[in-house]
Design a protein around this ligand. Structure first.
Ligand SMILES: [Zn+2]
Length: 722
């Protein structure tokens, strides 16, 4: 367990004290640490109410006996060591660094009141609090998507369903980081509850349903969910598997049951034994994608998306190792999202398709380059959870690349051995980035403090430049000379490169730990090309040339130019599609491309048309045009609508999108669907159905050099950039 003063020592050692907010504050009041909770709660959905008691056992030295509990609740009684005592419930408590732990914020405690118990703190071993209350924080409008996530509610009890999160302070919390929990719920018949651990009791008592969940292992908080669910039960390798779906969800339940069994087996094999006795998939009545110890809570819409059983589900199952098995010590940043993304989303894509891993890394780097700028960048040490595309690009993307770097340094086999060690040694404890890195140090990994300083404490990304690539003849062989330069304080990198020769492709790795490094590689054959990091193994900032145009790039642009084709029988359809595209009313909508390039140079633009394009469009786009690969049949279909993005002919930082609609194309549906295909460079639809999608290959990059094959003079610089 890392306490504040130890954190201070570690941070001082790392020279990252600037990251520690409020570290110089006066010593904090030390509250009781709750070792275990035994909660009994009656849920009264019809009136949004609860009646509860929590029997807590305490541990450690305490100088003040207080607990945080939802400030709207009424406390009925408090017993210490079995005897009733007095108390004071302060509903507007001091939430400063004097009372809160350094890894907590006043915002997280905004729903909390402070219950001060009038008893000698030193002798208190058990404290029992009895209370009643109401929770009816309606879920806010859903913002859940790949890019955005928001906490919709911390607590609600209703006939539709109940969701109780630790941040609602539905049970008393002390000064502990981890506790053991058991919760017994009482509710209307059929109102099924789910929480951490194993189900110990499930019976009808006086017409009400009583259910008890017990988790023998410590956790960093307790969620409770209940609703009129249909429950199904199964088993996988000794692990009990449940599904909780609303009536009518039988087919979904069967699918999630099968997939859960499959991924529990997969991860037990990969990462070591599953830490809990059950796993449950629970449908939520509002949109979430949460993973709790031994269960996952997926929103009604999310759970029905066809790709979720093989994407979000394995991700949430994997969190039972990272985040809910080994818990996160947030004081040095949240490492668990990057590692879970690596073991789930990334690894599964790698197994699904050859090259899937490189594609995934490329997309991570493109997201980082697109969303993260100097003003919204944060170091991984400051990441807690994603709340926008930039924090996602860092907390998931950069973090994944940092673990990938670790894997490259120790090798794949040692990396997964390290993960199994981490899962075993730190099970049910809070581990920091440094604790994680220390496990790998023993397997030949990098020195943790240096690695941490470079990738976790520091924001930003390396920017690599390739310079002075040239060939020299040397005793019948060819020497390839080049330099790599990085800007800012140098990172310690192991740079992969590919040398293409007439006889095949060579893979090499060169070390770079200084601002500039010069390299000389002697080859038997004269190389055709040198490519630096073509498989995107390094976390680095991409050049604009390495990011192909995408639909998101055009749709996300400020003040775009939208041009519709006026000289067509379908002009009216094109005009209304242009208006549909301009939903923010910030675009410049025209029926002809401005002739003066100055008017369009600083604007992304969209062309909407069909059939034969006007000559001005053709001449403008010719230099950048790319053809979508389509079979002859669909290519001739009058219901075809293609979407093509291109590099802006006047400005390589911007993009152009061309909507080309056949006479019977469903232009309205295509425009409506565009935002769902943001990462793609091109699309094709027949009617409403997508029949092709893809991302253009990047062939030109400042990190690729081709060597001319004809003119060759010894010692002269004959590189030619593509
Ligand atoms: Zn996650």
């Amino acid at each position: 367990m890392v306490e504040s003063k130890n954190i201070l020592r570690i941070w001082a050692a790392l020279g990252v004290l600037a990251l520690a907010p409020g570290i110089a504050a006066a010593p904090r009041e030390r509250g009781p640490r709750v070792e275990s909770h035994r909660i009994v709660i009656e849920l009264l959905p019809a009136v949004h109410g609860l009646r509860a008691s929590d029997e807590m056992t305490l541990s450690g030295k305490t100088n003040e006996l207080y607990f945080y509990l939802n400030k709207s609740f009424s406390v009925q009684s408090v017993h210490v060591n079995g005897r009733e005592v007095g108390f004071r419930f302060d509903t507007a408590p001091d939430l400063s660094s004097k009372t809160l732990r350094a890894d907590h914020t006043a915002a997280e405690f905004r729903r909390a009141g402070r219950l001060r118990v009038m008893a000698g703190p030193r002798r208190a071993r058990t404290v029992r609090v009895t209370y009643t209350g109401e929770l009816r924080e309606e879920p806010a409008v859903s913002q859940f998507s790949r890019e955005y996530i928001a906490d919709q509610t911390a607590g609600i009890i209703s006939e539709t369903g109940s969701f109780l999160a630790p941040d609602s302070f539905w049970y008393p919390r002390g000064d502990e980081e981890m506790s053991r929990f058991s919760v017994e719920t009482l509710g209307p018949a059929g109102y099924e509850s789910v929480s951490d651990g194993g189900r110990r009791l499930h019976e009808i008592r006086d017409g009400k349903l009583a259910v008890r969940w017990e988790n023998p292992h410590p956790a960093d908080g307790l969620y409770l969910q209940a609703a009129p669910y249909v429950v199904s039960e199964g088993e996988s390798g000794g692990i009990k598997v449940y599904t909780y779906f609303f009536p009518g969800g039988d087919e979904l339940a069967a699918l999630y049951m099968e997939k859960s069994k499959q991924y529990l087996a997969f991860y037990s094999d990969l990462l070591g034994p599953y830490p809990y006795e059950k796993f449950a998939v629970v449908e939520n009545f509002f949109e979430t994608g949460y993973g709790m110890p031994s269960w996952t809570l997926l929103g009604r819409t999310v759970v029905r998306l066809p790709f979720i059983p093989d994407t979000s589900l394995p991700h949430e199952i994997c969190h039972n190792w990272w985040g809910n098995g080994v818990f996160v010590d947030y004081a040095l940043g949240n490492w668990c999202e990057g590692l879970t993304a690596l073991c789930a989303d990334y690894l599964l894509q790698k197994r699904r398709a050859p090259g899937g891993d490189a594609d995934y890394r490329r997309q991570v780097l493109r997201d980082y380059a697109s969303y993260v700028r100097g003003n919204n960048d944060i170091p991984l040490a400051a990441f807690r959870e994603r709340d926008n595309p930039a924090s996602r690009a860092v907390g998931y993307g950069k973090s994944l690349m940092v673990f990938h770097d670790l894997e490259r340094r120790v090798g794949e086999k040692a990396f997964f051995s390290g993960l199994r060690l981490l899962a075993g040694q730190w099970k049910f404890r809070r581990a920091s980035w440094l604790d994680v890195l220390a496990v790998f140090e023993k397997l030949g990994g990098p020195q943790p403090a240096a690695f941490y300083r470079q990738w976790v404490a520091r924001s930003g990304a390396p920017l690599l430049r390739l310079e002075g690539a040239r060939l020299e003849e040397e005793a019948g062989r060819t020497a390839l000379n080049f330099a790599l330069r990085q800007e800012g304080a140098p990172y310690e990198l192991s740079v992969p490169l590919t040398i293409v020769t007439p006889g095949g492709t060579l893979e090499r790795t060169v070390p770079l730990a200084t601002a500039r490094g010069e390299f000389r590689i002697v080859l038997d054959q004269r190389p055709l090309r040198l490519e630096i990091d073509p498989q995107n193994h390094l976390f680095r900032r991409l050049f604009p040339e390495e990011i192909p145009p995408s639909i998101a790039k055009v749709l996300g642009a400020e003040r775009p130019l939208i041009v519709w084709q006026a000289d067509s029988a379908a002009a009216e359809r094109f005009r209304s599609a242009a208006e549909q595209l301009d939903k923010n009313r910030t675009a410049l909508v025209r029926s002809a491309v401005p002739g003066d390039s100055a008017e369009r140079r600083d604007r992304a633009f969209v062309l909407v048309g069909g059939g034969i394009f006007p000559g001005e469009w053709t001449s403008l786009l010719q230099p950048v045009w790319k053809r979508i690969p389509l079979a002859p049949g669909p290519a001739e279909d009058p219901a075809l609508c293609t979407v093509t993005t291109l590099v802006h002919p006047d400005n390589p930082d911007l993009a152009v999108l061309v909507l080309n609609a056949g006479a019977r194309a469903n232009l309205e549906a295509v425009v409506r669907k565009l935002p769902h295909y943001g990462k793609y460079s091109y699309l094709a639809f027949i009617g409403e159905t997508n029949i092709a999608k893809g991302i253009w290959d990047v062939t030109a990059s400042p990190l690729i050099v081709s060597f001319a094959t004809m003119k060759y003079e010894e010692g002269t610089d004959i590189r030619k950039k593509e």
